[in-house]
Write a protein that binds this ligand. Structure first.
Ligand code: PXP
Length: 238
């Protein structure tokens, strides 16, 4: 069955807006586990704009489902991953000025550099996945790094869905999954998936896991808002 990894960065983003203790992404991870999620996805950024080191340490020590750490392939993060030892690391490109991860990793030309990181992590039992655009050459290049898994970037598909013309992008994903499967990769997909557009991707045979964050946290806010207001009204005795 298709697995769901829930990205909880967006909970930490709300906390960091006030630099306070709530909402705590560690609690969010526990609720996701109780709700049946197969894994937690968290991106530790160099600028620590949302998840903090402490969050990952607590999640790692309390969670019983897969922890998938998203990170840039840089020395500081490799060091963190080697001490944290998550189940999986997903290598993503990272630019300081971006709102979120904008494109897939540029693997072509960087195979050697990436393979050193992949070797170090896989040597310690951490599965490595590369977040790549659904482009055949990038998937083929990924094989040379030694990574055993790729996460296909669904951002282009999500954008095309908003414009109402998504068949071409969906086809691109289907072809990319075919290429990746033929090369022996475990295939994951994610970014920009929503309650509206995820169904078509979920139907693609060969994808093992979808990693979804923003839309789930956005829905959670509205599912919980009425109760939260009622709780405050009761508290202040209105
Ligand atoms: N997968 C990867 C590699 C990502 O970088 C992100 C966003 O952090 C996601 C999945 C989840 O994307 P979204 O929050 O748009 O669902």
């Amino acid at each position: 069955m298709l697995k769901l990894g829930v990205n909880i960065d967006h909970v930490a983003t709300v906390r960091q807006a006030r630099r306070t203790f709530e909402p705590d992404p560690v609690r969010a991870a526990m609720i996701c586990e109780l709700a049946g999620a197969d894994g937690i996805v968290a991106h530790l950024r160099e600028d620590r704009r949302h998840m903090q080191d402490r969050d990952l340490e607590l999640i790692k020590s309390t969670l019983n489902i897969k922890l998938n750490l998203e990170m840039a392939a840089i020395g500081e993060m490799v060091g963190k991953a080697l001490s944290l030892l998550p189940d999986q690391v997903t290598l993503v490109p990272e630019k300081r000025e971006e709102l979120t991860t904008e494109g897939g990793l540029k693997v072509q030309g960087k195979e050697k550099e990436l393979s050193r990181v992949v070797d170090e992590l896989q040597g310690r039992g951490v599965t490595v996945s590369l977040f790549v655009d659904p482009v055949e050459d990038e998937i083929r290049a990924s094989l040379e790094t030694g990574a055993r898994s790729v996460e296909l970037h669904t951002g282009g598909y999500a954008e095309s869905f908003l414009k109402g013309e998504f068949k071409g992008e969906l086809e691109r994903l289907v072809n990319a999954v075919g290429v990746a499967k033929k090369l022996g990769f475990a295939v994951h997909a994610g970014h920009g998936l929503t309650y509206q557009n995820a169904g078509y991707v979920a139907e693609i045979a060969g994808i093992e896991e979808l990693n979804i964050g923003h839309t789930i946290i956005a829905r959670a806010v509205f599912l919980g808002l009425e109760r939260a207001v009622k709780d405050m009204i009761a508290l202040i005795g209105k």
